[in-house]
Design a protein around this ligand. Sequence first.
Ligand SMILES: Cc1cc2nc3c(=O)[nH]c(=O)nc-3n(C[C@H](O)[C@H](O)[C@H](O)COP(=O)(O)OP(=O)(O)OC[C@H]3O[C@@H](n4cnc5c(N)ncnc54)[C@H](O)[C@@H]3O)c2cc1C
Length: 449
Amino acid sequence: MSSSQTDRSADPSCDGIKKRLDIVVVGGSLGGLCTALALKSLPQRHRITILERNPTPLLHNQGAGIVAGGDTLGFFKRYDRCNRPLAVSSQRRQYLDKDGEIVHRENMVQNMTSWDLVYYILRADVDYVHSAYCDVPVRRKEEGEVRHLHGHTVTGIKDKGERVAVAYEMADGGGTMEADLVIGADGPNSTIRAAMHPEVQRTYAGYVALRGTVPENEVTPKTREAFSERFTFFHARGIQILAYLIPGESGTLEPGKRLINFVYYTNFPSASLDEPSNELAELMTDIDGVRHRITMPPGKTNPAAWEKQRKIAREKLPPPFAEIVRATKKPFVQAITDVIAPTNEFMDGKVVLIGDALAGFRPHTVASTSQAAFDAMILADMLEGKVSRKEWKKQTLAYARTIQKRGVNMGNRSQHEDLPLEEHVRDRNLASRPREEEVWPEWAVADVL
Ligand SMILES: Cc1cc2nc3c(=O)[nH]c(=O)nc-3n(C[C@H](O)[C@H](O)[C@H](O)COP(=O)(O)OP(=O)(O)OC[C@H]3O[C@@H](n4cnc5c(N)ncnc54)[C@H](O)[C@@H]3O)c2cc1C
């Protein structure tokens, strides 16, 4: 058996948790929702409370794409009951030169979806939220209970012996609630991680991703063809851009109504995000003069700063990429960062980190949602006794550590080195390796064997 396959039998501690638990999930984005869905499906019918800091009942949609990797698809196959298609498939990967000519092709099917479609399907499955994205499944009598509480910002946790006290703030006060198990699904700036490991820093990688979408029927036929059913890339010194089709409004997959999604990595040297260079500060200061540290929300970009990027796009990118960057109406900016927790369980296993709270991957890995989905599935398997606690820890930490390091390597090579195309192709192919085929390196598992 390879070191990444899941051993379901060898450990005698593999007997699961029989009693009904009170579980608090901190964070109601994709990781928190995947966890709530997997845990409410367990036979113990756990009582689950999601605490999400966002003040409104639904998270604000950034409207951008997600590559639905093996674990994301596997998660939906196992738990989703909305029964609607999730993704647009891309049949091949291709690389363009500066003139827009295809210089390399690889046949490979990949599935592309949108963050909002995944979010709304999960909300329908988890707490029966109606939307234009999908039909809500019929309630099951035998499942666990889920409460979704928005406007609850978790501020800290305290070990109470058998249980954990979770403190939260609300606009009109706050309080604490106790849980048998607390899941930190609160993203790359995790409060739960900070409570356990205040020394862990989220650091800037020296470049940003300019992101956006364009309706496929609003571009020239040549550009539409360049991105239809294809995952297309361009590399130049200090630049990487990629694009693919994603579902359109309300998750439609209808040809003509889908969106072309791009991710355009470009260097903005700066010692840190707290003391940004003049160029980075200009890019991250919005139309109202407010400085954003990590994400500039869609539609807020300062037109003067964005106009500079449109001009650079015309000079430096192949014509189809330049066209979509220049055509996007609501660009947003994401500073690329690195963060990873040293471990993922605390307070004798009563507190667990998952998804971006455990390890924030660089987007080149296209694995953030898959990590969240995998962490949710294997946590449910561990609680049910299908996987031992030791095996759960090994698989989740090895995945987090290996892919996080791979993302740093891929990003640094792409943005800060001048490599021949074969090297970029090799890195991209490595990032597509299914998790089940990974052989975790010794350094990633040494402390959990
Ligand atoms: C609104 C939103 C839009 C996104 N859009 C995209 C996209 O278009 N494409 C893409 O590739 N990725 C997107 N992401 C990131 C993507 O969801 C993650 O990279 C990945 O799916 C892992 O998810 P996560 O749940 O672990 O972390 P995140 O998605 O970062 O979620 C963390 C959640 O925890 C909440 N939270 C944080 N701190 C607290 C606290 N103290 N108390 C309570 N709640 C807290 C946050 O509000 C957030 O909802 C988006 C994330 C968000 C939050």
